[in-house]
Design a protein around this ligand. Structure first.
Ligand SMILES: [Fe+2]
Length: 397
């Protein structure tokens, strides 16, 4: 547990009885490789331009160098929704939002020693917002997204746009966008949060700002469907607005992709041959330039038709999948990860994987995200396939 309480977490402000209850729940949930949030992210991490005001930490004491150690390795793993979901509702009752930043648990990879990450670039959390909840607007250096798992309820405010959540929606908060979350519906909203936090933490560029209220930026009422109006027509983009809506670089100006549109697009392509490695697969892109939604992460959605089996594939990127519909199995270097609705699983870099839709009469829909853009940017992206389990072929482009 000690590793979990990383430098980037604040000392807890939970009341003692609630903290004790949460820690007991954490002990119970530990075998599931989740960590129930009992602490906020450090609220006083300064923005990068204020970093010079922070004291220089003491050096490590002499003798602390331990020499090369066996590296921790990302393992394939599946988080079963039926096992982890009950904890969301339990922590929502115990730990009030104002003490912990979020009512959520974070997924921990069983190969990474309890660190708050599922790969070395990706952090995943699952959050719940009850009716009336509101998490104030803030801005941070990591890119983040929400994949909506509940049917409805809840919203994210981003740079003046109110993105009302529906199942299957993808809501993006690129680096350097002011954003807050809330729920003014009757039912709780549940979503999966994704952040490129571990990479940025490794690079020492994590920072958060909480001074939105002081800035007085709330004068205008939020607008709805701005993303759809400006960027929702495929192949046609506005030329009267800046290409970015963020102070960070490389993030998409389209903040909201709707689940209904994703499903329609996949269904409309179902008679195409598709990819031997992925079936019918689409990539979400920055509509202004066709690039990935974030410089580090790209997002995709795929349809596996009834009984469809894909061919073995591997690449140097790590991938996290969320099951939106159906049931099936993904074999990862021979390990079978059997999945169904809302399960989340990770396929580490370099490992062979193939998907099978186990249902003979129903589609399966998977959403995925990977650090492929990062690997390409540093010249380390490679991919291979093994058609019909025969010789390995190099995949380019
Ligand atoms: Fe945030």
């Amino acid at each position: 547990m000690a590793r979990l309480l990383a430098d980037s977490l604040a000392e807890t402000a939970l009341p003692a009885d609630a903290l004790a209850e949460m820690e007991a729940l954490n002990d119970e949930a530990a075998p599931l490789h989740i960590w129930l949030r009992t602490r906020a992210n450090l609220p006083l991490q300064p923005a990068w331009h204020e970093a010079a005001q922070t004291p220089i930490p003491d050096p490590q004491p002499p003798g602390s160098v331990t020499g090369p150690a066996a590296p921790l390795r990302v393992l394939p793993h599946i988080w079963k929704w039926r096992d982890i979901e009950p904890y969301l509702h339990r922590i929502a009752e115990i730990a009030p939002l104002e003490f912990t930043d979020r009512q959520q648990f974070l997924l921990t990879n069983p190969g990474l020693g309890g660190a708050l990450k599922v790969t070395n670039t990706i952090r995943i959390a699952v959050s719940i917002y009850k009716s009336g909840d509101f998490a104030p607007q803030h801005l941070h250096s990591p890119n983040a997204s929400r994949t909506i798992l509940s049917d409805a309820g809840g919203y994210t405010l981003i740079e003046g746009e109110k993105c009302i959540a529906g199942r299957g929606d993808l809501i993006l908060t690129p680096a350097g966008t002011w954003h807050g979350h809330g729920n003014d519906g009757a039912e709780p909203v549940i979503w999966m949060d994704v952040l490129d936090w571990p990479l940025l933490e490794h690079l020492d560029v994590i920072w958060i700002r909480h001074d939105h209220a002081e800035r007085g930026d709330n004068a205008e009422p939020p607008v709805e469907d701005y993303s759809q109006k400006l960027y929702g027509a495929g192949g046609m983009v506005p030329r009267f607005v800046p290409e970015s809506r963020a102070s960070g670089q490389g993030g998409t100006p389209m903040f909201h992709f709707k689940g209904g549109n994703v499903g329609e697009t996949l269904s409309g392509l179902r008679d195409q041959q598709g990819s031997p490695w992925d079936g019918i697969i689409i990539e979400f892109v920055n509509p202004m330039n066709g690039a990935s939604l974030f410089p580090v992460l790209t997002y995709k959605a795929q349809l596996l038709r009834p009984a469809e089996e894909t061919q073995p594939f591997r690449h140097t990127a790590s991938t996290v999948y969320t099951v939106l519909e159906g049931r099936g199995v993904t074999e990862v270097n021979g390990r079978r990860l059997e999945w169904e609705k809302n399960d989340i699983f990770v396929v580490p870099a370099n490992m062979w994987r193939r998907h099978v839709n186990l249902a003979g009469d129903a589609d399966a829909v998977l959403y995925s995200l990977s650090d492929e853009p990062l690997l390409k940017a540093i010249g380390q992206y490679r991919a291979q396939g093994r058609p019909d389990d025969s010789d390995v072929i190099e995949i380019t482009g």
